[in-house]
Design a protein around this ligand. Structure first.
Ligand code: RTP
Length: 155
């Protein structure tokens, strides 16, 4: 996994249950594609409580932890891996701040929704958390390398 740097940097992005319910999947995928990142994996999943507790383990002492795990269990999640130069930092910028009210217009959270509980999207915040989250949500065999695309078919 040490090869995941530079143009091969990867991040874990999830459309949360509230984002799926608000029909934001296409919009979020479109923004990452349009920016120029490569889609490496995508699946619709009902996450188990066990997985969600592990995913948010660093927040276990926060008062909203149990509610957060419950909210994330309330419907399907679109789990994705995106790849590209500085995708972790840029992805966080595209998302906006944790609270939609602190998020600038033209960010995903700034343009969609008003509640911190229903902020539509999750994105890894560091190289370490990206590694941890990708291996938590995906099997190695679910990740595409794009190596099969030996020629570019769009210009
Ligand atoms: P994420 O991990 O989902 O990308 O969000 P983040 O880094 O912007 O925010 P973080 O502090 O890691 O919190 C994770 C998620 O918990 C919910 N939250 N609720 N005061 C509250 O009720 C509260 N604070 C945070 C949000 O949905 C946030 O995305």
């Amino acid at each position: 996994k040490s090869g995941w740097t530079g143009v091969n940097e990867r991040t874990f992005i999830a459309v949360k249950p509230d984002g799926v319910q608000r029909r934001l999947v296409g919009e979020i995928v479109r923004r990452f594609e349009k920016k120029g990142f490569k889609l490496v994996a995508l699946k619709l999943v009902m996450a188990s409580e066990e997985l969600l507790k592990e995913h948010y383990w660093h927040l276990r002492n926060r008062p909203f932890y149990n509610r957060l795990v419950r909210d994330m269990s309330s419907g399907p999640i679109v789990a994705m891996v995106w790849q590209g130069l500085d995708v972790i930092k840029t992805g966080r910028k595209m998302m906006g701040e944790t609270s939609p009210s602190d998020s600038m217009p033209a960010t995903i959270r700034g343009d969609n929704g008003v509640e911190v509980r229903r902020n539509a999207i999750h994105g890894s915040d560091s190289v370490e958390s990206a590694h941890r989250e990708i291996s938590l949500w995906f099997q190695e065999t679910e990740l595409s390398s794009w190596d099969v695309c030996s020629t570019n078919w769009i210009y």
